[in-house]
Write a protein that binds this ligand. Structure first.
Ligand code: ADP
Length: 207
């Protein structure tokens, strides 16, 4: 049995916070691509009755579980702030589960190819290895800050603090096979996604 026959063509999609990953991913999905999104998986794992909840309760106690049975994100943020090890401990629970679940979803995907959306793709060797191609959504840092501030109400210093934990724009561009320039309008973003979708369909068929 040829393994490749069961392995879909995978395009890793990444970009800094506020670069437009979700906007690009939504348009790829509307065109018919299968989408596997590690942020969505992390959220599902930590939702009420999520698969990570028991392990989180065992490691951190009931104080980290909200009344509805989900991870208490505010309590976790406060703990991670006072005890840096807590974040690593949470990641040690979540990251292997996210890796397994995203691999399972990629295998099960029915579309012509998979957009594997991973915010920290560049920072993570294991995701990069899975991808046939890497697509980076890029925009100037000032626009990232403006868009995230508008979306979430964070101020510039808070957005910059998050950006400082991520790969730099140059590091991401250095590993990109394709770059979506999201420095313009949403229509301009979608036109680029249209072109890439056609190229990914052709590449997946040619494999
Ligand atoms: P990411 O998923 O990379 O964090 P999003 O796709 O959520 O980024 O985009 C961040 C914010 O900026 C969202 O509110 C989104 O609607 C908005 N946005 C994204 N691209 C554009 C664009 N080209 N023009 C205007 N607003 C945009």
């Amino acid at each position: 049995m040829n393994d490749l026959a069961h392995r879909p063509y995978i395009v890793g999609l990444t970009g800094g916070i506020g670069s437009g990953k979700s906007a690009a991913t939504e348009h790829f999905a509307a065109l018919g691509a299968s989408v596997v999104d590690t942020d969505h998986i992390a959220h599902a794992l930590t939702a009420p009755r999520g698969a990570a909840i028991d392990a989180i309760r065992n490691s951190f106690g009931d104080v980290m579980i909200a009344a509805d049975g989900s991870l208490d994100r505010a309590a976790m943020r406060a703990r991670a702030f006072s005890q840096p090890d807590a974040r690593r401990q949470l990641e040690a629970i979540l990251h292997p589960m996210i890796r397994d679940e995203s691999a399972r979803q990629c295998r099960a995907a029915g579309g012509p190819y998979v957009i594997l959306a991973v915010p920290l793709l560049v920072e993570s060797g294991s995701y990069r290895q899975r991808c046939d191609r890497i697509c980076v959504v890029d925009c100037p840092e000032a626009l990232q800050i403006e868009r995230v501030s508008r979306r979430s109400g964070l101020d510039e210093a808070q957005v910059r603090a998050i950006m400082a934990t991520q790969a730099s724009r140059q590091q991401r561009l250095a590993v990109a096979d394709d770059v979506i320039d999201n420095g313009g309008s949403l229509a301009a973003l979608q036109a680029q996604v249209d072109r890439l979708h056609a190229a990914y369909l052709a590449a997946a068929r040619a494999r």
